[in-house]
Design a protein. Structure first.
Length: 280
């Protein structure tokens, strides 16, 4: 059943677990995410990032996401990830998405507040939820580097986060505490005390971006300290690609439909692994 981000995060809070928020820019990843959630009776967030428009446009994959969410036996939230313009967010809401993220993290604090407030006003007209972001994540959803590679310089300021939440009235906050989008070039240094402080001050569920590549212990400690939504893309997509490469190498005549199936199964297996950790 299709639910809002606010509703799904309340379920996570009650169960004291994290919800996987999987980027599903392809049909294979979308089906894999829904299947694994249903098998585990686990709520799930499926999301489409604006930067993934080159893979599939939201007009094409969005209606499939919303339809599968409505038909699912478990609560599913269809979320627009890293929306950079109000126009793009509105497109998602008109397609039936129940949650949006406005990403103003690269703007000044004042501009971020101004635009996030606009996103909240818009989302509320559609009965949808809003995730805001404060503090900047190193890298982006495409795995590209940030201009300044000093990751710690981007960590979220707790007092400013408190003010940001009060001013914008968002439902969830993406905080930067040491994770990175894409592949890790070095061991991440997660600041658990920082998440705890932000969670206590803002009293909001917090979002981890750059959810690929952490150890089970790192995920669990993050959840224990206030993370409820874990954004996950790179390692699932890599699992699909790796299985595909092996399949092509080991089989002479292959059809694309067979490759598609192999990728879907491999992603499902990968998502099972993270769901086992998040819903502990
Ligand atoms: P990863 O690509 O590191 O899994 O992060 C995904 C993400 O944060 C999308 O918003």
């Amino acid at each position: 059943m299709l639910v809002t981000l606010k509703e799904i995060l309340e379920i996570a809070e009650k169960r004291d677990c994290g919800v996987a928020a999987i980027n599903t820019p392809t049909f294979e990843s979308l089906v894999a995410a829904i299947r694994v959630a249903e098998k585990n009776n686990a709520p799930i967030i499926i999301q489409h990032a604006q930067s993934h428009e080159y893979i599939n446009q939201i007009e094409m994959i969005g209606p499939a996401m919303v339809a599968l969410a409505k038909n699912a036996s478990i609560p599913v939230c269809a979320h627009v990830d890293h929306g950079e313009s109000i126009e793009y967010l509105e497109k998602g809401l008109k397609l039936g998405f129940t949650s949006i993220m406005y990403d103003g993290s690269r703007l000044t604090y004042e501009e971020n507040v101004k635009n996030t407030k606009k996103a909240v006003e818009l989302a509320h007209k559609f009965g949808a939820s809003v995730e805001g972001e404060l503090g900047m994540m190193a890298g982006n959803e495409l795995g590209e580097d940030s201009p300044d590679d000093n990751e710690e310089s981007y960590y979220t300021d707790p007092q400013l986060a408190h003010q940001f939440v009060k001013e914008t009235n968002i439902d969830a906050l993406a905080a930067s505490f040491g994770t990175v989008h894409g592949f890790y070039k070095r061991q991440p240094k997660l600041d658990y005390e920082l998440i705890k402080e932000i969670a206590e001050l803002t009293k909001l569920p917090l979002v981890m971006h750059g959810g690929s590549g952490l150890s089970p212990e790192e995920y669990k400690r993050s959840i224990k300290n206030g993370i409820r939504k874990i954004n996950y893309y790179t390692y699932g997509a890599k699992a699909g690609a790796d299985a595909t490469k092996d399949f092509i190498k080991n089989n002479k005549a292959v059809l694309f439909s067979e490759i598609s199936r192999v990728a879907q199964d491999a992603m499902e297996k990968n998502f099972q692994h993270i769901i086992d950790i998040f819903c502990y």
